[in-house]
Write a protein that binds this ligand. Sequence first.
Ligand SMILES: Cc1cc2nc3c(=O)[nH]c(=O)nc-3n(C[C@H](O)[C@H](O)[C@H](O)COP(=O)(O)OP(=O)(O)OC[C@H]3O[C@@H](n4cnc5c(N)ncnc54)[C@H](O)[C@@H]3O)c2cc1C
Length: 416
Amino acid sequence: MHYSAFRIFKEGLTGNKGWKPVWREPEPKAEYDIVIIGGGGHGLSTAYYLAKEHGLTNIAVLEKGWIGSGNVGRNTTIIRSNYMLPGNQPFYELSMKLWEGLEQDFNYNAMVSQRSILNLFHSDPQRDAFVRRANAMLMSGADAELASAEDLRKELPFLDFDNARFPIKGGLFQRRGGTVRHDAVAWGYARGADSRGVDILQNCEVTGFDIEGGTVCGVQTSRGPIRAKKIAMCVAGSSGRVAAMAGMRLPIESHVLQAFVTEGLKPTLPGVITFGAGHFYVSQSDKGGLVFGGDIDGYNSYAQRGNLPVVEDVCEGGMAIMPMIGRARLLRSWGGLMDMSMDGSPFIDATHIEGLYFNGGWCYGGFKATPASGFCYAHLLAMGTPHPVATQMRLDRFKTGSLIDEKGVGNQPNLH
Ligand SMILES: Cc1cc2nc3c(=O)[nH]c(=O)nc-3n(C[C@H](O)[C@H](O)[C@H](O)COP(=O)(O)OP(=O)(O)OC[C@H]3O[C@@H](n4cnc5c(N)ncnc54)[C@H](O)[C@@H]3O)c2cc1C
């Protein structure tokens, strides 16, 4: 069913009785060409691009819960491509370009809003680092704009420019950054993949792999065994647990990340703002709530809920740059499972087991990567070679020393 203004008008006049389910609920087949484990944003976008770009449709996406129950429906919805390193920047810029055409592409309103992202800086050395990042962004075709404190005072007068510890000296804008309605991204990709023939199997948990002579040939699931020529892991915070079923140990730790939303307020924040001297980022949803987050909880966990010390820490970050946030009442908070890699960058690669592929290690930043991750993973699965913008996202980079250490903090997931 194609969505359009005309369709809304017609359904409005006929009692809204013609809307169809957005995707089918098929029974699992005994065998597929490709099985994707994980119905989050990345698994669904991979299925979508396999079907759309490569004409491969004998595919199943296996999701242990329901579509959107993982991080894709739990994140703070920020998209940006303000990365610096060659292994990352072209990949995230490809993602930004895909976001820019996504709604027309999959014919679904994902509320892509390029309302800008601003990274504040608070010292002269930090400004120099941001200038370097801005130059790297410009060189790969992204947009970047440096703003002085005077510029920001006019645009964002509520910020605490003269804070005694963290005075605001300016900021780096990416005007094309912004927010996207997170669960609509899952629904749009699911609908697009399903309409091309992909089976989306909800409540279908993978419980084991069938591996014969070093080649994977199927999975065991809560809905029975399923054979496949290729199997693609895409389970974000559950990466370690699922890979362990295939006997693999990954350079990834799972950590909880919390998000917070206040009561609805009148329009206050024009875009996304991040604190440069601590970990705090905030935007305002279309419903009016201030949506914000900060650090991971700091210890390994598979619980999708967080703890109070980080609530305090995040709120302190907010108070340091915009004290008015202290007047807003917190409505909800929740947690998601982060697949934190040892250098803060992701993996899109084949494993040492023939036919078994891995996508993960997205840390805090996998939502913005959703389109490019699916696009590049689909390329790898269909063509057998990495997409040109994802060649460095290799699983063996800790053996070869070719890290993509974006922030220069090494193998400490709690610092990424
Ligand atoms: C609070 C929070 C805020 C965030 N904010 C941002 C942000 O502003 N911007 C940004 O870019 N990123 C953000 N992120 C990160 C981003 O959400 C994730 O990196 C990204 O969503 C991960 O990819 P995914 O969507 O495929 O994961 P998920 O949606 O978690 O998908 C993985 C799926 O695998 C399924 N699964 C697991 N095990 C199995 C199994 N055995 N069998 C079958 N299925 C299985 C899970 O149920 C899950 O649905 C945030 C994350 C959190 C938690």
